[in-house]
Design a protein around this ligand. Structure first.
Ligand SMILES: *Cc1c(COP(=O)(O)O)cnc(C)c1O
Length: 457
């Protein structure tokens, strides 16, 4: 039934490639750009006259998707495959590899709202996925395609979370996985996950961008399926949080969604989700999608500032937010397109602003990775610049779990994270959030003295 519903179109030259002719590096042989999964009739830009193919009915879909939340079928229990009508990328859905990803919470963030200067702030916590990051939502979709195509090996280059997700889903499917990571530049928790799930893990003496380069050669020469986010099937899973956000808000979309930017696929996946929802008549509007980068890994920010988003120069990436430490993002054109289509902004934030935002989110009882915290730091900037108004409803996308990088958190509270010159101007507010640690004698008196000091503050 799903066989002819989708096609793969190059976002550069608009050529269409047959599914079994897809190059191993997922780049168009004509222009070098990436592909996108397109559904004639209801994808972006489809005209009503094109509606010759299957067009689902909006209210029937809303009802069906909600109904499935009560089902015991593993496919229905997945927050990705629950929406399978809008990602018909498998010939047989029963072959999907799922760990019950998605269905993540949308939290209200009253204190962060106050600190940012907006009335209504929500956080979609994608760190609450099975391996602790949003990568699971894209891995379930792309790895299922790999299995359906008969691959036994999958591979990725990773800053950590992609490898954790890929390793888990490959293990689940009984497949083998190869991980290339930059030596010493990923958080230990993430590396341990890839090991736990049995990946062949190679630490290369290079950065993430160097790993991508090496893997490009490997997939050309060996029968392994590439699962980096250049793989367009990843984005089909990663668009489903947009559906969850809309569903949770009774199909009213927020004014603004803010996403961290690394390799720059996730922002466009979410944008694709919101655009398709409008096309299907599920919603009437599309939120602005804004992308926030770390100042030390800001190639998209520079591209937009200096070249109007028409070209991108790679940078040497440097940030403690390792998940977004990427200098040459593969999907930057997709990101520019979504910023233009939704009227979103691109901002950069400093290491101190990231640390502060992460601590503030933590004080709401919600832990996240440093890369996720750029969203709150970026929102503050956008409010300050008058680009986001106090009355707008905003959703932050928290991309990873706090335990992914506990070293970062501990370094922050031990005051060893930031160099003095990095925190200029923010010293007192940072100090007010640092817990510090004290070592005491094993006596109630010592603890009580410390407690009294804290209570009197
Ligand atoms: C992968 C990742 C990102 C960046 O997403 P892109 O699609 O590469 O832009 C941000 N945060 C976390 C926690 C991630 O794992």
């Amino acid at each position: 039934m799903t066989e002819s519903i989708y096609q793969l179109r190059c976002i550069g030259c608009a050529s269409i490639v047959a599914r079994d002719q897809m190059p191993s590096n997922f780049r168009c042989p004509l222009c070098g750009e990436l592909y996108e999964v397109e559904y004639p009739g209801w994808s972006r830009g489809a005209s009503p006259t094109e509606t010759k193919s299957w067009m689902p009915n909006a209210s029937a879909l809303r009802w069906l998707w909600k109904e499935r939340c009560h089902s015991t079928d593993p496919l229905d229990q997945s927050g990705v495959w629950r929406f399978r009508e809008v990602l018909p990328i498998l010939a047989d859905f029963s072959q999907a590899v799922t760990l019950r990803e998605g269905n993540t919470p949308l939290y209200s963030m009253p204190r962060s709202a106050k600190s940012a200067g907006v009335e209504r702030l929500l956080a979609k916590h994608q760190g609450m996925n099975p391996t602790g990051s949003f990568k699971d939502t894209g891995m379930t979709s792309a790895l299922s395609v790999a299995r359906e195509r008969g691959y036994t090996w999958v591979a990725c280059a990773s800053t950590g979370n992609t490898s954790a997700a890929m390793a888990a889903y490959a293990a689940r499917a009984g497949m083998n996985s190869l991980v290339l990571i930059p030596e010493g530049k990923i958080a230990w928790g993430k590396l341990s996950q890839a090991m736990d799930y049995g990946s062949l893990t190679c630490q290369l003496r290079t950065d993430f961008d160097g790993c991508v380069h090496v893997l490009g050669e490997v997939v050309k020469r060996a029968p392994v399926y590439l699962l980096n986010s250049v793989n367009p099937y990843r984005l089909e899973g990663q668009k489903t949080p947009a559906f969850e956000i809309a569903e949770e808000l009774d199909w009213e979309v927020p004014d603004h969604v803010i996403v961290p930017g690394g390799n720059l696929a996730n922002c466009s996946a979410l944008g694709k989700g919101f655009l398709e929802m409008r096309q299907l008549g599920l919603t009437t509007r599309v939120p602005r999608i804004s992308v926030i980068q770390a100042e030390g890994a800001n190639p998209l920010f520079l591209s937009i500032e200096q070249h109007g988003g028409n070209s991108l120069q790679a940078v040497e990436a440097q940030t403690r937010a390792t998940a977004i430490r990427i200098g040459n993002p593969a999907s930057w054109r997709k990101a520019v397109r979504i910023l233009r289509e939704t009227g979103g902004f691109c901002e950069q934030v400093t290491e101190a602003e990231i640390a502060l935002a992460k601590a503030e989110i933590g004080r709401e009882g919600i832990g996240c990775e440093p890369a996720s915290a750029v969203t709150l730091a970026g929102l503050k900037k956008l409010v300050h610049q008058g680009k986001v108004h106090a009355s707008e409803s905003v959703v932050l996308l928290l991309t990873g779990h706090t335990l992914k990088d506990s070293d970062y958190t501990i370094d922050f509270h031990r005051r060893t994270l930031l160099k003095p010159e990095e925190s200029v101007g923010l010293e007192s507010v940072l100090a007010s959030l640092e817990c510090g640690t004290v070592t005491l004698d094993a006596s109630a008196e010592a603890v009580l003295r410390t407690l009294e000091e804290r209570m009197s503050k």
